[in-house]
Write a protein that binds this ligand. Structure first.
Ligand code: NAI
Ligand code: 15L
Length: 280
């Protein structure tokens, strides 16, 4: 496949979207940014809700490929996740099929496999991207749905996708867990470029992290697309460990891929309303 040129970037106003708006043009892409929120300094950016199928179809028209980041990036109520992440993702794939767009990069997440136990410390074992899914939240479940939709549309309609199970994509790691899960902004650009330009991906699921010394994820499927990570969270280890110490082995962040997400509830526990006294 020749490298696509015009890319619809959903979720362009968010954290990862901002990194990609900075890095992708350097690989020769022309971006069509889109978000629910207007983009500061980019008056031509599209503003729409991915739950709106007509708006999604209009946004997709004429692009060569899509990078789909738009949606809720944390745990939320099932209803909220259903609209933004599940319905929104379906709208996007259906628009791609109808408009003849043949490549999508889908921002999946480590939380699609969040309940998978981590390898024992010191075992040297790495976890591949071919493991059965074990979502840790409704949010993670929506990423499982997105991966399933990508598989369906590749097999049935030839809309090819790479689903990237992103670890933690931030300017720098800020927790001890992120020494394993960090995906640097520059490596995110490298990985998305590989996912957009690799030939014949069908539907490929890859793990998305930098070349972290403490990684417990295997990067072979990402490397097979041409991804060569350049950054390593270890550069931040001394400072983070001095501030927080090593994770105790029974800490949830040391036991499960999804770490603390496995303990999140979709809604905060509410105090029960006080009972009314007779006559009130
Ligand atoms: P973010 O919350 O900063 O950005 C998401 C963007 O989507 C926001 O700008 C928001 O306005 C937009 N959005 C939300 N609902 C929408 C809707 N209904 N219609 C249109 N746009 C909508 O999140 P971030 O961190 O930039 O993540 C981007 C993507 O990558 C998300 O899909 C997230 O699930 C995924 N991801 C991010 C990780 C990270 O470490 N940042 C890790 C794993 C996955
Ligand atoms: C995600 O999927 C979230 O979108 C992001 O906010 C981070 O929390 C990340 O995973 C993570 O696990 O660090």
């Amino acid at each position: 496949m020749t490298q696509p040129r015009t890319i619809l970037l959903t979720g362009a106003a968010g954290g990862v979207g901002t990194f990609l708006r900075q890095s992708l043009p350097g690989y020769g892409y022309r971006l069509r940014p889109a978000d629910l929120r207007p983009l500061k300094g980019e008056p031509d950016a599209l503003v729409f809700d991915v739950r709106d199928a007509e708006a999604v179809r209009a946004a997709v028209r004429g692009v060569d490929a899509i990078v789909h980041l738009g949606g809720i990036a944390l745990e939320d109520t099932f209803e909220a996740i259903l609209g933004a992440n599940i319905q929104g993702c379906h709208n996007l794939y259906e628009a791609a099929r109808r408009e003849g767009v043949r490549r999508i990069v889908f921002a999946s997440s480590n939380h699609a496999v969040g309940f998978v136990p981590l390898p024992e410390a010191g075992s040297g074992r790495l976890i591949g991207s071919d493991i059965p899914t074990r979502p840790d939240t409704y949010y993670g479940l929506s990423k499982v749905f997105g991966e399933g939709l990508a598989s369906l549309y590749a097999d049935k309609y030839g809309v090819q996708s790479v689903s990237i199970r992103i670890g933690s994509c931030y300017p720098a790691p800020t927790t001890v867990r992120m020494l394993s899960t960090w995906l640097s902004p520059a490596d995110c650009g490298r990985l998305v470029h590989a996912a957009l330009s690799a030939p014949d991906v069908g539907h490929t699921v890859v793990n998305g992290i930098s070349a972290n010394t403490r990684a417990w994820w295997d990067l072979s499927t990402a490397r097979a697309l041409g991804y060569v990570p350049q950054d390593n969270a270890e550069a931040y280890a001394e400072a983070l460990l001095a501030a927080h110490g090593e994770l105790p082995p029974d800490h949830v962040d040391a036991r499960l891929i999804g770490g603390y997400f496995t303990e999140l509830e979709p809604e905060p526990e509410r105090e029960p309303a006080p009972e009314l006294a007779p006559g009130e």
